[in-house]
Design a protein around this ligand. Structure first.
Ligand SMILES: Cc1cc2nc3c(=O)[nH]c(=O)nc-3n(C[C@H](O)[C@H](O)[C@H](O)COP(=O)(O)OP(=O)(O)OC[C@H]3O[C@@H](n4cnc5c(N)ncnc54)[C@H](O)[C@@H]3O)c2cc1C
Length: 402
């Protein structure tokens, strides 16, 4: 009889986990707390390590149809506007890593995973239904849903995000903490911007205690902008998407160069608004047992939330799902051992990416002599500092085996 996995969460991580599990020959019951799928209006960057995974799932064509493929990453000073370093993307990345560097609207990424999943038999998606708690007994895992139903499966994957209940039950390690940073995000139709403000590259502006990243998404039709500044956490941390005040944002950017201020003002001039997201973090994963115990595994932000300073949170969730697929396919192992294998394969890479993201946050926002040193190093070493071969080459597993 086919084994059945229960998946908590229908975000990018949950859908990817469900896709991986169904491709491993498992039945899937996915539970999403929200009554409908509605990914927030924001973009994500996908490194070649992630695009390679999507290609292995046969998603190259749908990705090509909705993503943008910027030709370059540019790092500029937020103070004087000068270019500090560039990294060629486009064909160079394909040549170097065998897959492209893509930028995509979150809803488009979510949509293409969902469509791929809907083509699989044995997948049941339950919306408006949260997983409230779980228990293991007699070689099975039982969950209680918010509809007060008990459901049994052979494994449970907690892909229920930053505030994961599955994690709380498994690890009881408290809530994530505010990083001290706030992200303002906006999405603007490029046609509404003057030509000089339209994005074709990924551009990152580094300034004291702030940085700004913007890039094209949806075939270049939209521009995604993220401004990260220091600030206290809002009261209701779990409700993380707040209407942002453009005046606060302008004040935070006082002292930056005109070129950057023009980019940020372009959002309001184009009739678009900003949303505010407090950024929350945990310490990097410290051992495999933090990613799986018994018949329960964690995946994506539930397992390893990180600040977005390496642009790999969703990417690591997708890599997790590919590793989960490989582990669930090991039909001669019992299920707990398969999940243990998954955790052993993933925890160190996730920890490394989390640690590097945290470190990038300190470097990006440096002040005083550290900032001067950073800028000098970027000018001198440029591409060598921006490229991340250990990350972009992938996790060492063969995509073709998927
Ligand atoms: C400003 C910013 C920029 C970013 N940029 C990038 C980037 O460029 N590249 C990149 O790869 N990543 C990026 N990320 C990170 C990325 O967005 C996250 O890592 C990713 O979305 C995590 O996906 P997830 O599915 O694990 O969690 P989530 O997206 O949080 O999904 C969790 C889902 O679980 C549901 N849920 C919660 N509790 C329950 C429950 N009990 N039962 C059932 N369902 C439940 C929720 O409703 C939600 O749908 C960025 C993040 C931020 C904040």
């Amino acid at each position: 009889m086919k084994k059945q996995v229960l998946v908590a969460g229908g975000g990018i991580g949950g859908l990817a986990a469900a896709l991986g599990a169904s491709r491993a020959g498992w039945d899937v019951r996915l539970y999403e707390r929200a009554a409908r799928f509605s990914e927030v209006g924001a973009g994500v960057q996908l490194g070649p390590n992630v695009v390679r995974r999507l290609q292995a799932w046969g998603l190259q064509q749908p990705l090509q149809a909705v993503a943008a493929f910027p030709g370059q990453l540019q790092v500029r000073s937020a103070c004087h506007g000068g270019t500090l370093a560039t990294l060629p993307l486009g064909a160079t990345v394909v040549e170097r890593y065998g897959a492209a560097y893509a930028t995509i609207h979150r809803a488009d990424l979510h949509g293409l995973l969902l469509e791929a999943l809907q083509g699989h038999p044995g997948v049941q998606i339950n919306l408006g239904c949260a997983i409230e708690r779980h228990a293991e007994a007699d070689g099975a895992v039982q969950v209680r849903t918010s509809a007060q139903k008990d459901v049994e499966g052979d494994a449970l994957v907690g892909a229920d995000g930053l505030w994961s209940r599955t994690r709380q039950q498994l690890l009881a390690d408290g809530a994530p903490r505010h990083s001290g940073h706030l992200a303002y995000r906006a999405l603007v139709p490029q046609a509404a911007l003057p030509a000089r403000l339209r994005a074709t590259h990924v551009t990152a502006w580094l300034g004291p205690r702030l940085h700004v990243v913007h890039y094209p998404v949806r075939r270049g039709e939209l521009q995604n902008l993220v401004v990260i500044v220091h600030g206290p956490a809002p009261q209701d941390m779990e409700n993380w998407d707040h209407a942002a005040n453009a005046a606060d944002l302008e004040a935070a950017l006082a002292g930056t160069c005109t070129g950057l201020q023009d980019v940020v003002r372009g959002v309001a001039d184009a009739g678009s608004g900003w949303r505010l997201w407090p950024l929350n973090i945990r310490n990097p994963v410290a051992e495999a047992a933090q990613m799986a115990q018994g018949l329960v595994a964690l995946l994506g932000d539930a397992a390893h939330p990180m600040p977005p300073y390496l642009a790999q949170g969703a990417g690591m969730a997708i890599e997790d799902a590919a590793a989960l697929q490989r582990a669930l396919s090991m039909h001669d192992l019992d299920v707990a051992l398969r999940l243990r294998r998954y955790a052993l394969n993933r925890w160190e890479r996730n920890a490394r990416v989390q640690a590097r993201s945290l470190r990038n946050g300190r470097i990006f926002h440096a002040t005083g002599p550290v900032r001067w040193g950073r800028d000098a190093a970027l000018r001198l070493l440029g591409e060598r500092l921006l490229d991340v071969p250990w990350l972009y080459r992938g996790d060492g597993s063969s995509a073709s085996a998927l």
